[in-house]
Design a protein around this ligand. Structure first.
Ligand code: ACM
Ligand code: ZN
Length: 765
């Protein structure tokens, strides 16, 4: 090839590269991005001109210097070849910006510092992802792909709720989320600060709120913590520097058992309680009849408004059972005084809750605040137009509120915005509250419901929010795992124009770029796991031949080994079901284009003979039970029990959970009848299930058995087989064992549902 041709070919390649989407990985997708040829090269001499936006300039100079090792400085002179941040009132919109990245220099324009901040966040995403490193990275070509961007958000409000009450998270963890939110242009952190299980913010007038109310009793002792006012002010400042607004949530009138534990007079009957040990809806709520309750509300607000400058203030309002109010003389007197009657399908008590909401609103309005409440605040009627409704029980509340002219924030669990839900097959995921919201579901959410759009009321939708409730998030890693990458999907749902959304392209940007950035911020993000299409099991029994198939919740490469070694990104790529005619072990993981891998699954595939049926006579329905009172957490602890009570027979498994009101452990034994020869797949929320002496289900390391974790399988001949079920009745990880009942599901063969083992199938002699 001649030199000239080579140059032409290279030029063409560059042009092709310039036009290809792969050079541009920005999340959320900008309104318009026009590719340009070439790159802007960041060098040790690059300067930032930011005369009218010095704080923003300094923020990014420091950030760029840290990762590159260069000394990027602010300059007073507009110099060619550098970066300029210009306040330009012609750019309309508080968060809008224009960004020109050319080989000759970078210019960001916006009418506000916030707009310039977002322009620079986009610029960082045009640079290699290593720009998010806290320490200098060598060997990186610090080039930003040239382009012209015009950008503004679709919705003013993009939010993330963090629940710091069910579990406590340190300030450093919250700062990490704020960093990630600001990178992805999410502008509101809704901080859920008060709950039945804990009160998390120092209130100087009521010191017991944190002395007593911040600590919850668990099977492993006391757990908890709180933020001092100084710490919270520090967090607010940190967030402000990143243009994230922190909305405090102080829940009234319900979800306040921790406050009642500190100050019993807050309840209708002055009850002496402790912060709630278990999850779920607490029936004891604050009294709406006593003036002291309202004084408490006002005092708390007085202190919170000094910490949180946010114009928006969340007053809760959800899941307040109002049962106590019905028989409380104070509440009833208040309802009489207000002249409340059961009418229009609204109880006096529902209207009393509305009164509480309006009192809170009046008081907060004096501070110039707008209130937000969960969609229950619509129930009692008479809601002021200024109140903002947060739609969580589906979209019904949001639709009703928007169509009635209230501003709404959409965060429906049914829309994939409850990011405490599972994002992969529940049997494989860490324990959770339930629900299923894979990344594609969160990404696919449309914040303006059809019924609002049809009425032309879309402007009342402020925007979407993901909610990260923390019942099942005991630590930072678990919290990250649920929030990421779904929070990045929310970023695009809230910011990008509807017609710009494309899940496949979002996944590409996520996997090739954002995943590196998340890792540099020490975010333990979710990577889809290899799942078995008919239900995942780590122990697969077979009799003749078995093909084990895998898939992922979104297309990703999977790698595996069959020799017992841990797979690496270079291991065999999964392309088709893996065939076994003798026993073996699969180790399989998902690998991203970056080389990052999911957790490795180990699946034992075992060739078995059909286990023969038991030849027993004189069987009767039911299982025999051994019972011992006391608190046990794992089955090993039962090995030392010598005094069992053997007096009971249960007719069905559900009875296992009803053998006493105190903590106990029980072992049910007998026979299970199966109709056909073949392989049976077994799942259970019990601690252990044994069939014919094989431990088929072992949940000892799964304290919370909501999702019937990964079970096992066994080859059985038709007939009766010995069964042993271990059940432990106690509260583990905030969940009483009896909430899920006691169930065993068995599937015959490779496909179909998992019918529950019925009473008619259980026997003893
Ligand atoms: C909620 O999830 N209870 C608002
Ligand atoms: Zn009361």
């Amino acid at each position: 090839m001649s030199a000239l041709l080579l140059i032409a070919a290279t030029g063409m390649a560059n042009l092709a590269k310039a036009q290809s989407a792969e050079r541009y990985n920005i999340i959320p997708q900008p309104e318009t991005l026009t590719p340009q040829s070439g790159d802007f090269q960041l060098t040790n001499g690059t300067t930032i001109y930011a005369k009218k936006a010095e704080a923003v300039g300094r923020f990014f100079a420091a950030k760029l210097s840290k990762a590159t090792g260069y000394n990027i400085q602010l300059t007073n002179k507009k110099t060619s070849g550098g970066i300029q941040l210009l306040i330009d009132k012609k750019v309309k919109g508080e968060e809008a910006y224009e960004l020109s990245v050319m080989p000759e220099g970078v210019t960001a324009k916006a009418s506000t510092e916030k707009g310039l901040f977002y322009a620079m966040q986009s610029f960082l995403q045009l640079l290699p992802a290593q720009v998010e490193s806290e320490v200098p990275v060598s060997g990186v070509a610090w080039k930003a792909a040239a382009c012209q961007i015009q950008d503004k958000p679709r919705f003013d409000y993009r939010g993330t709720l963090i629940d710091v009450c069910r579990h406590f998270f340190p300030l450093s963890q919250l700062k990490k989320h704020i960093d990630m939110m600001s990178m992805y242009k999410i502008n509101n952190l809704h901080l859920h600060l008060t709950e039945d299980q804990a009160w998390r913010i120092e209130i100087k007038k009521y010191p017991k709120l944190t002395e007593v109310g911040s600590w919850r009793r668990t099977e492993y002792g006391r757990t908890g913590g709180f933020y001092t006012q100084e710490e919270m002010k520090e967090l607010v400042k940190y967030a402000e520097e990143r243009f994230v607004n922190i909305i405090p949530e102080f829940e009234v009138p319900g979800h306040e058992l921790a406050a009642i534990a500190a100050y019993p007079w807050l309840s209708c009957r002055d009850l002496k309680v402790e912060p709630r040990r278990t999850w779920g809806v607490e029936p004891i709520i604050t009294c709406a009849g006593k003036e002291t309750t309202f004084q408490f509300y006002r005092d708390v607000v007085d202190e919170l408004v000094k910490i949180f400058p946010s114009k928006l203030f969340h007053i809760g309002g959800d899941e307040a059972p109002r049962i106590e109010w019905k028989s409380c003389p104070h509440c009833q007197a208040k309802a009489d005084e207000l002249g409340l009657k059961d009418e229009n399908g609204r109880s006096r008590e529902a209207q009393l809750q509305s009164y509480v909401v309006r009192e809170m609103e009046k008081y907060l309005n004096k501070y110039g605040k707008d209130i937000i409440g969960w969609d229950e605040i619509l129930e009692g009627g008479d809601l002021n137009k200024s109140a903002i409704v947060m739609s969580w029980r589906g979209e019904t509340g949001g639709i009703a509120a928007a169509n009635a002219g209230h501003r709404v924030i959409m965060t429906p669990g049914s829309g994939g915005l409850y990011v405490d839900h599972f994002q992969g097959e529940p049997a494989l995921e860490p324990q959770g509250i339930g629900g299923y919201a894979p990344l594609s579901k969160t990404y696919g959410y449309e914040p303006i419901p059809q019924a609002v759009a049809e009425k032309g009321m879309g402007q009342y939708v402020m925007g979407p929010q993901v909610n990260l409730w923390a019942e099942y998030l005991p630590d930072n890693d678990r919290q990250d795992y649920r929030l990421y990458p779904r929070m990045l999907a929310l970023s695009e749902v809230g910011w990008s124009q509807k017609e710009k959304k494309n899940f496949e392209d979002f996944s590409r940007r996520l996997d090739t770029d954002a995943s590196i950035r998340m890792k540099l911020h020490h975010v333990n993000f979710h990577i889809p796991l290899p799942q078995q299409p008919e239900g995942s099991f780590d122990f697969v029994a077979f009799t003749d031949q078995k093909a084990v198939a895998f898939e992922t919740t979104r297309p990703e490469k999977m790698v595996y080994t069959l020799d017992g070694s841990n797979p690496t990104p270079q291991s065999t790529t999964y392309t088709a079901p893996i065939i076994f005619d003798k026993s073996g072990t699969i180790k399989i993981a998902t690998v991203l284009p970056t080389g990052d891998m999911s957790r490795i699954r180990t699946i034992r595939v075992e060739k078995q003979q059909l286990s023969p049926a038991a030849a027993v006579e004189g069987t009767q329905l039911g299982l025999k039970v051994q019972l011992v009172k006391g608190t046990y957490l794992k089955t090993q602890e039962l090995a030392n029990v010598t005094e069992w009570d053997n007096s009971r027979v249960i007719k069905n498994l559900a009875e296992l959970t009803k053998l006493g009101s105190e903590d106990y452990a029980a072992i049910a034994s007998g026979y299970v009848k199966v109709e056909k020869d073949g392989v049976y797949y077994v799942r259970s929320n019990n601690v252990e299930v044994w069939i014919d002496g094989q431990k088929v289900v072992d949940n000892n390391n799964t304290p919370v058995k909501t999702s019937e974790p990964n079970g096992g399988s066994i080859a059985l001949k038709a007939g009766l087989h010995q069964i042993k079920v271990v059940y432990i009745n106690t509260i583990m990880a905030g969940r009483p064992a009896d909430w899920g009942g006691s169930r065993i599901h068995m599937r015959y063969g490779e496909k179909g549902g998992f019918p529950e083992v019925k009473a008619e199938e259980l026997f003893h002699i």
